[in-house]
Design a protein around this ligand. Structure first.
Ligand code: AQP
Length: 334
């Protein structure tokens, strides 16, 4: 009987410092799941440039993201971590996939519609073809599972469609991946507009808690969090601000929303805000300290990332070579 682990792939865009949403919605789950799967976790810097990035900030945010992965407990015995742009097979396969993906399919992507409406008159082509690069990230590693937020599910369905289309033409080149929406881990909403998700690049500074924020900043952001004009602490969709604070406490403590609500009987919104801030500060303190330890030894971090990229490239090249052979590219002779 084969004891081979299933393969799981995921990444975060280094468009800014990571947020509490990335941590509670993605990273914390990766750490829980990493022993069950062969994992590839990367910082998707090629995706990040679909919006304008300051070059110095992009590199700093990339290191910050990967140091945070390690600080959160990603274990190199279970997971390979690397920078997407260090593995050239990602854009190479993406080009091939572009040639098997239809304009109509990409035009229907909700994220493209959202992001292009914010981009104004000059919409980068990269924003349009973002899903084929994401498909490449997944298919290169023959991933079985991709943990995605609900907003990325459409991209994963497209990835499956492209994989099936190419497999039908050329034989089984790709594993067709399954979406995996972990039931643990919340969707964390913007503190200033709790009907929108907390986002690295879209949220305002007061709307997002960044993993680099000081305790004082975190406290201030929660105290100013938008709620409603009521007073009763309850967990419902028509109180999105309050629900978000409860969800944050649940994601950190592992408690159920009703347990949290019960502990606030007779208390005010202010209590909930202060407690949520303290809960977040307590959760992030060790993470922040460890992140600084990894960032302070850049040479060691770079060594880890080079090794990760080398290992990832071996797997990625095996898939890419199979694809190049199947579509008829002449082999290289060196
Ligand atoms: N608010 C959130 N709540 C829960 N999970 C979240 N994730 C992001 N925001 C939240 C999860 O983090 C992973 C990586 O996401 P990403 O950075 O690649 O892109 P995104 O989902 O588009 O997040 P941002 O912060 O809004 O990105 P930018 O601003 O860079 O475009 C995913 O697993 C995502 O579900």
């Amino acid at each position: 009987m084969s004891t081979q682990k299933k393969i799981m792939v995921s990444g975060i865009q280094p468009t800014n410092k990571l947020t509490l949403g990335n941590y509670l919605g993605a990273l914390k789950n990766w750490v829980k799941l990493q022993t069950e799967y062969e994992c590839y976790f990367f910082a998707v810097d090629l995706h990040a440039i679909t919006s304008r990035q300051d070059p110095k900030e992009l590199a700093a945010n990339t290191y910050f993201a990967l140091a945070t992965y390690l600080a959160a407990g990603i274990d190199l015995n279970h997971a390979t971590i690397f920078v997407q742009s260090h593995v050239r097979q990602h854009p190479e396969l993406a080009w091939v996939l572009n040639c098997f993906t239809y304009m109509g399919e990409l035009s229907r992507m909700t994220q493209f519609k959202d992001k292009s409406s914010r981009a104004g008159e000059t919409i980068p082509v990269g924003l349009f073809t973002y899903p084929t690069l994401m498909a490449s990230d997944i298919l290169l590693y023959q991933a079985d599972l991709v943990p995605v937020g609900a907003d990325q599910k459409q991209h994963l369905e497209l990835t499956r469609d492209i994989a099936i289309r190419i497999n039908n033409l050329y034989g089984d080149l790709f594993k067709v991946p399954e979406p995996f929406i972990p039931n643990i881990g919340a969707r964390i909403m913007d503190l200033q507009s709790p009907e929108n998700k907390m986002s690295k690049s879209v949220s305002t500074d007061m709307g997002a808690v960044f993993l680099s924020d000081s305790a004082k900043e975190i406290e201030k952001k929660f105290k100013r969090a938008v709620t409603d004009s009521g007073t009763e602490i309850s967990y419902s969709q028509d109180k999105p601000g309050i629900k978000n604070l409860i969800d944050i406490q649940c994601a950190i403590s592992g408690k159920k929303p009703q347990e949290i609500v019960a502990s606030y009987q007779g208390k005010l919104y202010g209590h909930l805000k202060v407690d949520t801030a303290n809960c977040v500060i307590g959760e992030l303190k060790p993470l922040q300290e460890q992140t600084q330890v990894f960032l302070s030894d850049k040479a060691e971090l770079q060594r880890i990332l080079s090794k990760g990229a080398e290992k990832a490239a071996v797997k990625a090249e095996a898939t890419l070579r199979k694809v190049y052979d199947a579509i008829g590219f002449a082999p290289t002779h060196s």
